[in-house]
Structure formats: structure tokens, C-alpha cells
Design a protein around this ligand. Structure first.
Ligand code: GRF
Length: 214
């Protein structure tokens, strides 16, 4: 009984995160896996998808995580975002994690969660922002690429950088093979950035994010 109460109190203290996704949800799964293996001490309060068929939904169902589908079609960006904010606030979300969320957010949303939104991008920013980071890197001919976890501000893929991880671009790479190699790093980098945030170890100083010692 006491142990149950301890566990409940421990869960109540944990940072509450809300995940926004549009697709497959492998980054969402990486977060779930780290929470379940005890290396990421946060509470996944809710998943919000803007696509009813997003693979992320099955993952939420399998792991007993509340989820909401909010349609962005046929309405203004602000109207859509107001509904997302209402759901996140209702679940007392403290950090918003964009994990393959394919909508650009307006200042309405970004100001509401100022410095409390992070995104994962499949390239080494500021190179190759936008929706085809892996393809653009390959076509440009770079020899290394990787992923970036960053705070979200009103620029597209331009907020202060928290973590970057590199991978080589190999001679016979295709967009798919490069994307797969980058994805493996994404699955490590995103939970790591969330953990640093949860531990209060990130300080934004202008464009730089200082990582404090643990
Ligand atoms: C990832 O490559 C992420 O960097 C990008 O969208 C993709 C989402 O993959 N923003 P998944 O849905 O997490 O599997």
C-alpha cells in the first residue's frame, strides 16, 4: 500500500508531456520505451494527432495513453490550434513535444507554450529545414547529416538547438537508407532532450542552449 502511494506521488511530481504527431509515430514510441524502461522520468499525459490514421494512435492505445484526434481541415490554423491548446491544457501539459507533427504552428500556439515546445528534425539544422531534410541533404551531396532537437519559435525549424547527432552519408545511400540511419539517432536524441528538460538542465541564452551538469 505504502509503495503504491509512493509510486503515485512520484508520478504526480513528474513533468507532464504532450506529444503531437501526424504519422507513423516511431519517435513517440521511442519516448514510450524510455518511460517504460525507467530512463525517462516523465508522464506522457496525452497524444494529439491531426490525422486519424496516424500509426501513433495504435501505439497510444497499446500503452494506455490518452489520445485525441483534432482535424485541421476546413478551419483556420488558429481555430485548430485553440482546440489543441484546450486539450493540452486540460491534461496539464508542461512540455509539448513535436514528434513528426506536420503542421506549422502560429504565434498563437507558440506564445502560449513559450520555450516549452521542442521538435525533432531529420537534418543538421540550420541546413535542410522543411519537410524533406533527408532528401535535400542527399541531393546537396553532404558527407554527414543527422538530426536536431530544438526549441520551437516562430521561425520554421529555426529555434535554439538542444541536441544534434551526426551520421555518415554513404556512397550508395538512397533517401530511405539515409532516413533510416538518421531515425536511429532521432530515437536516442529526442528522449535525451526531454530528459534534460525534465531535469531542469536546459538554459536558453539567446540562440544557445546551455546544458547544465547533472
Ligand atoms: C521523423 O523523421 C522526424 O524527424 C520528422 O518526421 C519523422 C517522423 O517519424 N519530423 P515518426 O512518425 O516519429 O516515425
Amino acid at each position: 500500500m505504502d509503495r503504491d502511494m509512493d509510486r503515485d506521488m512520484e508520478r504526480q511530481r513528474r513533468l507532464r508531456i504532450g506529444v503531437l504527431a501526424s504519422g507513423r509515430g516511431s519517435n513517440f514510441q521511442a519516448i514510450i520505451d524510455r518511460v517504460e524502461d525507467g530512463t525517462l522520468p516523465v508522464e506522457i499525459a496525452v497524444l494529439v494527432v491531426n490525422n486519424r490514421d496516424a500509426g501513433a494512435v495504435q501505439r497510444a492505445e497499446r500503452h494506455g495513453i490518452p489520445w485525441h484526434f483534432i482535424d485541421h481541415r476546413g478551419r483556420s490554423r488558429e481555430e485548430f490550434e485553440r482546440e489543441v491548446i484546450a486539450v493540452l491544457d486540460e491534461h496539464r501539459v508542461e512540455l509539448v513535444v513535436l514528434a513528426g507533427f506536420m503542421r506549422i504552428l502560429t504565434p498563437l500556439f507558440i506564445d502560449h507554450y513559450r520555450h516549452r515546445i521542442i521538435n525533432i528534425h531529420p537534418a543538421l539544422l540550420p541546413s535542410f529545414p522543411g519537410t524533406h531534410g533527408q532528401r535535400d541533404a542527399l541531393e546537396y551531396g553532404v558527407k554527414v547529416s543527422g538530426c536536431t532537437v530544438h526549441f520551437v519559435d516562430t521561425s520554421v525549424d529555426g529555434g535554439p538547438i538542444i541536441i544534434q547527432r551526426c551520421v555518415p552519408v554513404l556512397e550508395d545511400d538512397t533517401e530511405e537508407s539515409l532516413a533510416r540511419r538518421i531515425l536511429e539517432e532521432e530515437h536516442r536524441a529526442l528522449p535525451e532532450a526531454i530528459r534534460l528538460y525534465a531535469e531542469g538542465r536546459l538554459r536558453i541564452e539567446g540562440r544557445r542552449v546551455r546544458i547544465l551538469d547533472g
